[in-house]
Design a protein around this ligand. Structure first.
Ligand SMILES: Nc1ncnc2c1ncn2[C@@H]1O[C@H](COP(=O)(O)OP(=O)(O)OP(=O)(O)O)[C@@H](O)[C@H]1O
Ligand SMILES: [Mg+2]
Length: 255
């Protein structure tokens, strides 16, 4: 069997060389990790759903003028993206206190924030993705001040758009994580683009009425009905055919 060259295998995805130079194929796995990969498991069908959700959200964001790495979905588990130089920063945008913010500062989960907060974490698994400030990012050359400003502006705009989109389907966007990359054109002009994925793996999504968690937190906290939560988000977004859960499984070996 001919296999494309694997560029990188992460915890949730595998990146393969794409059909044309400057492209990658992003393959979505069912593997799930939490607590900096100390907890590992499988969420059946997650890869198929995240591929669809990320396609849907990136396409919507492109429609409002946010540049993204997304080119097109190839099959159940794969999408074609533009290869970028990933900025080694995870950008977290928060609307409601939850997760590490609740823990670190002792503020009750669910407390709404008077305004959205943007946080930065240095992408380094060995160090446990430590939180860093703008000063660290510019001082160590991970991103220039101007680029960081643009990243923050884009992140807030993405947050406004996605918060509204999710609210429309009865979901509160509590917080989420984004990754950005540098894309160079033929004249060596650099553009910052949204990369990686947007899915229930890296968004905290709560049902508006019940506060039920509809994201990877169900896996982290052993709340059960993990697969169902991912399916529910896809269903509400209108991208999962009703009554066709069999479709979600896909084949683990599609290459
Ligand atoms: N367009 C792109 N070009 C190059 N790399 C990308 C692009 N989009 C995402 N990536 C990178 O590909 C990897 C995707 O794999 P995955 O999300 O499984 O990684 P991970 O285990 O979360 O590890 P990491 O801590 O590196 O994100 C990530 O390292 C991500 O930064
Ligand atoms: Mg990742």
């Amino acid at each position: 069997m001919t296999r494309r060259k694997q560029v990188y295998e992460g915890k949730a995805k595998v990146m393969f060389e794409g059909p044309e130079p400057g492209t990658l194929v992003q393959y979505f796995k069912d593997d799930a990790t939490a607590f900096n990969a100390q907890k590992r498991g499988t969420i059946t069908g997650k890869g198929v759903i995240n591929n669809r959700i990320s396609e849907f959200l990136m396409t919507k964001l492109a429609d409002i003028g946010i540049p993204t790495h997304f080119v097109r979905r190839l099959n159940m588990r794969e999408q074609l993206v533009r290869q970028v130089e990933i900025i080694p920063i995870e950008v977290v945008i928060r609307n409601v206190v939850a997760g590490s913010l609740a823990q670190r500062l002792g503020i009750a989960e669910g407390t709404p924030l008077p305004r959205s907060i943007v946080e930065y974490y240095y992408k380094n698994d060995k160090l446990g993705d430590p939180m860093v400030s703008e000063e660290h990012i510019t001082c160590f050359g991970w991103a220039a001040t101007q680029d960081l400003d643009e990243i923050m502006q884009m992140s807030l705009r993405i947050n406004d758009f996605l918060s509204g989109l999710f609210l429309g389907i009865g979901i509160r966007l509590i917080y989420f994580k984004l990754e950005f990359g540098r894309l160079y054109d033929e004249h060596d002009q650099m553009r910052l683009v949204l990369a990686d994925e947007i899915s229930p793996d890296n968004c905290r999504l709560w049902d508006v009425k019940t506060n039920e968690k509809l994201d990877k937190d169900r896996f982290r906290r052993d709340l059960g009905k993990v697969e169902e939560a991912y399916q529910e988000v896809a269903r509400r977004l209108g991208i999962l055919p009703e009554g066709a859960p069999g479709d979600v499984k896909g084949t683990a070996t599609v290459q």
